[in-house]
Design a protein around this ligand. Structure first.
Ligand code: GLP
Length: 244
């Protein structure tokens, strides 16, 4: 779907998430959300916070799994996705912090494979992701699945693309401070979600959105794999959709 502006698009995504949470509450079930970071979902989280504060939406039955985290990364560093999620969402809602999962940037290298397997198992053990929300990087990455990622990839340690590190340079005060690696859910992990929503706004995403939606399916642009899924929806503003 194409919306006039990021605000309207974000409200529609927040409302979808809120409906899922309420539906699950009525059935006494958990809602399992796959969450993303970056500038793109910020207004979605702000609306969820508003729905909590002003309309009593409860997150007590919500379990979350974030897509990715830089590696190495301390959870209290300003650039960490832990701080991002706390500031934009978790600190402002009634979620049980035991239900929050974010890849751990403090692990020793040799601990990462077991952590990643366990991340997959935890998602499965709560019934899988009901909704996965995604942004898109200018390399065509989803999560941190950079060009070259396999369609059946699982949660793992990856090396960040140079363009991704340049895009992150501002947050880190220079590209040389941006970690070279990250832990990310895989393309395969994302594909298991019952519903996938990819959001993109602004002109600077227009060319990668064209490739993702209309381009040949290829590991060179990991987001093209989404063309193979029946459960995916692109939520765009007019600028991001302007090359389609
Ligand atoms: C980072 C995140 C991605 C996100 C991308 C786009 O690389 N790991 O999950 O989609 O940035 O960021 P933004 O939304 O700021 O454009």
């Amino acid at each position: 779907s194409i919306f006039k502006n990021p605000k309207e698009a974000s409200l529609s995504v927040a409302n979808r998430i809120a409906s899922l949470i309420k539906e699950k509450q009525q059935k006494n079930e958990k809602a399992v959300l796959g969450l993303a970071t970056g500038a793109t979902p910020v207004a979605v989280y702000a609306e969820l916070v508003r729905l909590h504060k002003e309309e009593g939406l409860s997150f007590k039955n919500v379990i979350t799994f974030n897509l990715d985290e830089y590696y190495p990364m301390q959870p209290n560093a300003v650039q960490s996705y832990v701080v991002f999620m706390n500031e934009n969402l978790f600190n402002h809602i009634d979620i049980d912090k035991n239900n929050v999962h974010i890849p751990d940037g403090t692990l020793k290298l040799e601990e990462i494979p077991a952590f990643c397997l366990n991340y997959e198992k935890k998602i499965e053990s709560v019934g899988g992701l009901d909704i996965q929300i995604l942004g898109i990087g200018r390399t065509g990455h989803i999560g941190f699945n950079e060009p070259g990622s396999a369609p059946n990839s699982g949660t793992r340690l990856v090396t960040l693309d140079d363009l991704t590190r340049r895009d992150a340079a501002r947050d880190f005060g220079g590209k040389s401070n941006v970690p070279t690696k990250a832990i990310t859910m895989g393309i395969g992990t994302i594909f298991k979600a019952k519903e996938i929503i990819l959001m993109a706004w602004n002109k600077k995403k227009a060319s990668i959105i064209k490739k993702a939606v209309e381009g040949e399916i290829s590991s060179e642009v990991p987001a093209t794999y989404l063309q193979l899924s029946d459960n995916v929806e692109f939520i765009l503003d007019e600028d991001a959709a302007s090359c389609l």
